[in-house]
Design a protein around this ligand. Structure first.
Ligand code: C5P
Length: 400
């Protein structure tokens, strides 16, 4: 954490006093910390305490009334290697979700380019309220990491969930984030993403609803940790270029297989996140099929090559990760695929889960390996899920 820039956002909850301990932990670990407080935050802990501990004046107002100087939230947002909001009240979370940028904390959040972590703190009923839960889910889907509150006695003397995670726990989450950075330098990873389209004729195809979001999140997570990524992408939305990611666009399963075989030799690992069409029309028509006078047509489909299984056959000591989308007997079916395709790990998501599946921004996974019992994860943004998958891969690498 040495030399890292941390923006510590403090909003107005009683847990604000714990932010001083958190700040001390960051400082002791060698980070530079800039405190940004909401006006209500100042009611719970004084800027003087935090300025003394951080060695920097606390930022709270847009303008200094007596000099007209103003604070640039953009500069702060760009300066931050990570922004940690602790405590985050229900109000601040709501403002972050909707972009109500009427204080320095929320404006800085909107300008922050790097990771944002939020440690909610509130009364149990506020935490359980559908509004808060909805807002937290939206923050997650926006890529914000939520450091879950704990259960215990609250400031109201009621007992339940809502108490801010302890400073040590928040510190560990931030440290874990920094430790991950660049741990994949020198590794090259193939990722397949999106659907494949199998032509019926020049204007029609057989396809599926995959958005490619999970594969894209994996490519981002890998590249952020220093890996060189070959992203073989079926037809899916164009993304901004991601440094460290070479995108190879393909349309059909056969094209995807060829692209994968071209790069597989130079890779250390592969993650098969594409929803490859299982079948393709045997003979795609060369010109548009006319419907005039034709009441029924029959498409003959042939099974597509299994890209994961093909790479699995020739993988040697490379690591291969697959996905399984199951409606029933998830763990059993996914474990069967792990064996059949010679994978090292399979990521199971269930279609019956409202937080998982096609076109969603969140996912809920179970990771299955040969070494350990299946591990279930809570619903998270696809970007956080991607980090969990990459963490599981690095753990496997370390174990080998
Ligand atoms: O057999 P099933 O389609 O459920 O397997 C899913 C896993 O296999 C995914 O990782 C998917 O990307 C991969 N797959 C593939 N080629 C296929 C079918 C699936 O690479 N033709």
């Amino acid at each position: 954490m040495k030399g890292k820039h941390i923006v510590l956002g403090i909003s107005g909850g009683i847990a604000a006093y714990k932010a001083a301990y958190l700040l001390r932990l960051f400082m002791k670990a060698g980070a530079e910390v800039q405190v940004v407080m909401t006006p209500n935050g100042r009611e719970f802990i004084t800027p003087a305490t935090l300025a003394a501990l951080s060695g920097r004046p606390v930022v709270s107002e847009f303008f200094a009334a007596n000099t007209g100087e103003w604070h640039s939230h953009v500069d702060l947002g760009l300066w931050a290697d990570v922004m940690v909001v602790a405590p985050a009240t229900a109000c601040t979370i709501g403002k972050m979700v909707t972009g109500v940028a009427d204080n320095m904390l929320v404006t800085t959040y909107l300008s922050a380019k790097e990771k944002v972590m939020v440690a909610p703190a509130m009364d149990l009923d506020m935490w359980a309220h559908p509004s808060t839960q909805r807002n937290v889910a939206i923050l997650r889907a926006d890529g914000v990491e939520i450091i879950e509150p704990g259960s215990g006695e609250l400031a109201s003397h009621l007992v339940g969930k809502g108490r801010m995670a302890e400073p040590e726990e928040i510190f560990r989450a931030v440290k874990k984030y920094f430790d991950r950075s660049r741990d994949l330098e020198g590794k090259s990873v193939l990722v397949t993403a999106g659907p494949t389209y199998e032509n019926i004729d020049p204007v029609r195809f057989v396809g599926n609803w995959s958005s490619g979001k999970m594969g894209l999140a994996l490519a981002e997570a890998l590249a952020a940790r220093g890996a060189e990524v070959k992203l073989v992408a079926g037809p899916m939305a164009k993304s901004e270029a991601i440094p460290g990611v070479e995108r190879i666009d393909v349309v059909s399963a056969r094209e995807m297989l060829d692209a994968c075989l071209n790069v597989w030799n130079g890779c250390d690992a592969g993650i098969m996140a594409a929803a490859v069409a299982d079948y393709a029309p045997v003979n795609a028509a060369q010109s548009k099929i006319k419907r005039e006078g034709v009441d029924e047509i029959t498409l003959t489909l042939r099974r597509n090559p299994d890209i994961a299984a093909t790479l699995g056959c020739i993988k040697g000591d490379r690591m291969l990760v697959g996905f399984a989308l199951e409606t029933e007997n998830g763990v059993e079916n996914a474990s069967g695929k792990l064996e059949r395709k010679n994978l090292d790990m399979i990521v199971l998501n269930s279609l019956s889960d409202p937080e998982a599946g096609f076109c969603k921004d969140t996912n809920k996974i179970t990771i299955i390996t040969r070494e350990e019992a299946p591990r279930c994860y809570p619903a998270k943004s696809k970007r956080e899920v991607a980090d969990d998958i990459v963490d599981a891969m690095t753990a496997l690498w370390e174990g080998k």
